[in-house]
Write a protein that binds this ligand. Structure first.
Ligand SMILES: Cc1ncc(COP(=O)(O)O)c(C=O)c1O
Length: 389
């Protein structure tokens, strides 16, 4: 029942309607039914009334038309403003759902400990959710991450363990260390964001319905975004595909260093990894449990080089007044390319995952950009925004 109440709070729905939404959406994660979706209640587009605590403020983010890019392409390029989440990123949704899932399954009791392996945003979302619900939070992360993220997690009360960055198949990988830490404690759970499908369910139950509602009942031609765990792409794709009877095209956007573009282009035969990327939180070396049920629904994929992504960070700032991180900028580049491929007048939605605040010491530092060979990717008239040394 707790989940229904908090779902109602998050979506601003009466509890009865929310329970219809929750159960019909849940049915989707198995064999999805368009009928079930058709019966779903409408989702409010904004928080108009007081909400119940931090978790009540998660979701219902604005859908922003990127005006310059829309005019330039003759299309509608729409960005879901996840940087406006209370914890600052799209991962607040997944954080809430994995904690609710653990509560519903009786895996955690009041005063317990949530343990997760995360490079950043999920940990920050979890740290907020844990504070608001009275749980302890333990985070394992690769020691390559920025000091700002470690500091923020500690300020939010999390116990942070930066550990050597080793591959997933090494038992010292941060995810395996997180699992073992939870196993050693009483009343503790490893929320396992990569393979716990409560993550994907967050987007079936919230992101997808919000986009549908905000586009006047699904008046859109395409949805595209990059993946880390795959929860956002998989869950949103599942919802939009089912609700539109397969009409809305759903594509993956992929950074260098990820295997998923080659996987989709080769019809599942190849998993080629080339190079690395300055983007954080995205790029994947395997098909996670979150992505597995929905990867077959995808209609295509685009590979976006870092040069394009960094240029778009600066363009969004200058032309749209929007301060977004590199994964969001990659998504905007991809949405623009998808719009051009689908033709004039098409309407595309993407995800603005988080703000640039978490990366500004890198993205706006001349030294850092030079070290990555990216200064020249930024048009000369935009280089005035490189204000850090
Ligand atoms: C900045 C950023 N963008 C995008 C994503 C990808 O979201 P998902 O894990 O739902 O695929 C993440 C995930 O951590 C992220 O931190």
């Amino acid at each position: 029942m707790a989940s229904i109440a908090s779902s109602a709070a998050a979506l601003r729905l009466p509890a009865l309607l929310a329970s219809t939404c929750t159960s019909s959406c849940r049915a989707l994660s198995g064999s999805a039914s368009t009928m079930a979706l058709a019966q779903m209640p409408r989702v409010a587009a904004a928080h108009l009334n007081p909400v119940a605590g931090f978790v009540g403020a998660i979701g219902n983010t604005p859908l922003i038309r990127l005006n310059k890019l829309s005019e330039e392409t003759g299309c509608d390029i729409l960005g879901k403003a996840e940087f406006m989440q209370p914890g600052g990123s799209v991962k607040d949704r997944a954080a809430l759902f994995v904690v609710k899932d653990a509560e519903e399954k009786g895996l955690i009791k009041p005063g317990g400990t949530i343990v997760e392996g995360t490079a950043g945003n999920t940990g920050i979302g979890l740290a907020h959710v844990c504070r608001s619900k009275g749980y302890k939070c333990v985070i394992y992360m690769p020691n390559t991450q920025s000091q700002e993220k470690i500091d923020l997690l500690r300020m939010l009360g999390a116990e942070v363990h930066p550990v050597p960055a080793v591959a997933f198949d090494n038992s010292e990988n941060y995810n395996h260390q997180a699992r073992r830490h939870a196993e050693r404690l009483d009343n503790a759970v490893w929320t396992n964001q990569f393979d716990n499908t409560a993550n994907r369910r967050a987007h079936i139950e919230t992101t997808g319905p919000e986009i549908w509602e905000q586009t006047d009942g699904g008046k859109l031609d395409g949805f595209i975004c990059a993946t880390g765990t795959g929860g956002t792409l998989a869950g949103t794709t599942r919802y939009l595909k089912e609700k539109s009877g397969g009409k809305i095209k759903c594509w993956l956007a992929d950074p260098p260093g990820s295997v998923l573009h080659s996987y989709i282009q080769s019809g599942g035969k190849l998993m080629e990894r080339q190079g690395g990327s300055i983007t954080e939180g995205i790029g994947q070396g395997r098909v996670t449990e979150n992505l597995k049920p929905d990867i077959g629904l995808l209609d295509g994929s685009l590979h976006i080089p870092d040069e394009e992504s960094i240029k778009m960070v600066y363009r969004c700032l200058d032309e749209e007044g929007i301060y977004i991180g590199a994964s969001s900028a990659l998504n905007v580049v991809a949405a623009t390319q998808m719009a051009q491929k689908l033709g004039k007048g098409s309407r595309i939605v993407t995800i603005l995952c988080d703000g640039a605040y978490r990366y500004q010491a890198r993205l706006f530092s001349r030294k850092w950009l030079e070290s990555k060979g990216l200064v020249n990717a930024i048009p000369e008239h935009l280089q005035k925004y490189i204000v850090l040394n």
